[in-house]
Design a protein around this ligand. Structure first.
Ligand code: NSS
Length: 430
């Protein structure tokens, strides 16, 4: 038997014979008829089973079937205005492949119960839509980066370096030494530009974030990029192109999924160059006008980022952060040495930071002085400092949070709904 995707029922000739397999999504019986809605990876379709059309024992099996049992059916395609999508399959055969116990998820459930049953909840149509959109985000990125002649590389996850500072490191025993789960591939990508010039990686990154926020995961997917001979302006141009390509790909192939998530498509069409650019100093000015009590030197948090972009439909770069709120590896800005040549890219409509990037400091003396000032032990970074000793070149790069971008594109409130199995301070099961 050849099985076809459920969605193909809606293009099939009327009265043609189809065989489908999938899971029972909804189910009810009324008198001599059983209505089942069948779900597979392509969508849902109504199946009706009527006495006389199917053998009696199959009709009884269908009447007794549980939600989420897996089944195979054959039947003919008909129009029916009351069915989802306007068509149904009138079954001539019905077979159960895998019975289902009483499904623990019903219509109204607490967030905790859904998270405890995440392995089942990911079958939901909303979760499926998000995963398809995320796949398109990644495919759009990979294709665009390949067109731009970037090489995908595979940096390590086990490391001795604390790229983004010691407070959010996951420490583990590495044989008889200590090591960490990577926060960022950046330093390894910096090493790789000396042969490949334009590189990127897509890896998990780990942050032991103690705070419970709607935008932090302990494990997230990190798209990082590094390029030789490029300053921070050129770096922002690449970010603009990349984010545009990701959004475009989703708009091209995932409209149905966006609609299912009730996400408004129109504002996403505005996500194309040029993005807005403002300096940190201007951002602070603007926020003070909005009543924020901010001093030069404080980093911008979720509330500040939301206030800055609430009215925007294009992403906003905030550049030139004061040195005291960013990492030691950033290059001092030539025109304003109180700041770094860096930028965070904020999503429109208050969704917050999607990318952190900068030009990298190539002056070994400056790097060493900063590390000393911040009491960073140089020993684990010997190899990194070597990069400044052997043919150093101007270079820049950035890290993009794949879930942050997905959250924005899907219009999702909480970042945990952009990963199938979220890891947060309170959750590592299932
Ligand atoms: O800490 S970042 O701002 N920057 C870096 O890690 C650089 N070393 C990247 C680089 O230049 N190669 O993180 C980059 C992005 C940030 O903008 C977020 O979008 C995302 O990574 N990010 C997170 N997403 C989800 N959960 C958590 N906890 C998280 N932390 C950062």
């Amino acid at each position: 038997m050849t099985f076809v995707p459920v969605s193909s029922v809606f293009d099939a000739p009327l009265e043609s014979e189809v065989s489908l397999r999938g899971w029972i999504y909804r189910h009810r019986s009324s008198g001599a008829i059983v209505f089942a809605v069948l779900r597979d990876s392509s969508g849902i379709v109504q199946v009706t089973l009527k006495k006389g059309n199917v053998p009696d024992e199959q009709l009884e099996a269908a009447r007794a079937v549980s939600m989420e049992a897996s089944v195979e059916i054959s039947g003919r395609v008909y129009e029916d205005k009351r069915a989802p999508g306007g068509r149904e399959v009138r079954a001539s055969s019905f077979h159960i492949v895998g019975q289902a116990d009483v499904y623990p998820i019903t219509e109204y459930q607490s967030e905790e119960l859904l998270l405890d049953n995440r392995h089942l909840w990911i079958r939901s149509r909303e979760q499926t839509a998000v995963m398809k959109i995320k796949a398109s985000v990644l495919a759009g990125a990979r294709d665009w980066l390949r067109e731009q002649d970037f090489t995908e590389v595979t940096p390590p996850i086990l490391t001795q370096n604390a790229c983004e500072g010691g407070t959010t490191l996951f420490k583990l025993k590495y044989f008889d030494r200590d090591a960490y789960l990577s926060q960022s591939a950046q330093m390894y990508l910096e090493a790789l530009i000396f042969s490949l010039e334009r590189v990127y990686s897509i890896t998990p990154s780990f942050r032991a974030e103690k705070s419970r926020t709607s935008r932090h995961l302990a494990e997230y997917w990190h798209l990082e990029l590094e390029e030789a001979w490029v300053d921070n302006r050129g770096n922002m141009d690449i970010q603009e192109g990349l984010v545009t390509a990701m959004v475009e790909r989703v708009l091209n192939e995932r409209k149905e999924e966006l609609l299912m998530l009730r996400q408004d498509i129109e504002p996403l069409r505005d996500v194309r160059p040029p993005f807005k650019r403002m300096r940190y100093a201007q951002a602070i000015e603007r926020l003070r006008e909005k009543g924020f009590d901010l001093k030069w030197g404080c980093d911008l948090g979720a509330a500040e980022e939301r206030a800055l972009t609430a009215e925007e439909t294009v992403p906003v770069f905030v550049t030139n952060y004061p040195k005291e709120c960013k990492a030691f590896y950033m290059k001092e800005d030539d025109e304003d040495p109180r700041t770094y040549a860096c930028a965070d890219l904020l999503a429109p409509a208050g969704y917050g930071e999607m990318i952190g990037g900068s030009e990298r400091e190539t002056d070994l003396a400056k790097l060493l002085a900063r590390m000393e000032g911040q009491e960073i032990c140089t020993e684990p970074y010997r190899w990194y400092l070597d990069l400044r000793r052997y043919g150093s070149v101007p270079h820049s790069g950035f890290g993009l949070g794949v879930e942050r971008v997905t959250k924005f594109i899907c219009g999702i409130e909480h970042i945990r709904d952009t990963v199938p199995f979220p890891r947060t301070v309170s959750r590592v099961y299932p």
